[in-house]
Design a protein around this ligand. Structure first.
Ligand SMILES: C[S@@+](CC[C@H](N)C(=O)[O-])C[C@H]1O[C@@H](n2cnc3c(N)ncnc32)[C@H](O)[C@@H]1O
Length: 165
């Protein structure tokens, strides 16, 4: 089940002020990325991570379920190819099937209904597209059909590779 804790304006203001930028993780993701037309950053909050995708893609769209978070996006300093026009839940993404090259969720997927989100990400991603879940910890379980165990094993392996030293 999805959890909603980011709806208040005060929370959104503090978040914009104190969130650190995941630049190094973005470089790791780009190393796995085969094509660069459309990136969608789900649960984008006030857009700190979303903007980091701008140099790599023709178009970047940030989505979030919280209007308060989206209102805090500093749009006057946003790169021109980035927009935040889609307020929506992660579990119902307003994109055509197969039109997205990269779906990211940066410190956000732990709040989603992950089974529904993963199905939705799979639907909107083009064949060979990339899903990147960025977080401070992988202390969460993913559910996806009959491959949940394999998916969780892969996440643990990647997490150990990148963060064990
Ligand atoms: C910790 S913030 C991360 C924001 C941003 N991605 C970052 O890296 O700074 C989590 C964000 O996920 C959003 N969120 C939580 N549940 C959601 C859902 N079910 N669908 C879409 N967004 C959601 C919240 O509104 C919040 O903006």
């Amino acid at each position: 089940m999805a959890v909603r804790l980011f709806e208040g304006k005060d929370h959104a203001v503090a978040y914009l002020q104190y969130r650190v930028m995941p630049q190094e993780l973005i470089s790791v993701v780009m190393g796995h990325q085969p094509s660069f037309h459309l990136a969608v950053d789900v649960g984008c909050g006030s857009g700190q991570g979303t903007a980091l995708l701008a140099p790599f893609f023709t178009k970047v769209i940030g989505t979030d379920v919280s209007p308060a978070q989206l209102e805090m996006v500093p749009t006057n300093s946003s790169p021109p190819n980035v927009s935040y026009s889609r307020q929506c839940p992660a579990e119902e993404l307003p994109f055509e099937s197969g039109e997205v090259d990269l779906v990211t969720a940066m410190t956000a997927a732990h709040w989603f209904d992950r089974e529904r989100f993963l199905q939705e990400a799979y639907r909107v991603l083009r064949p060979g597209g990339c899903l990147a879940l960025l977080s401070y910890t992988m202390d969460m379980e993913l559910e996806y059909g009959d491959v949940s165990d394999a998916l969780n094993d892969i996440c643990k392996e990647v997490s150990n590779l990148h963060f064990s030293h």
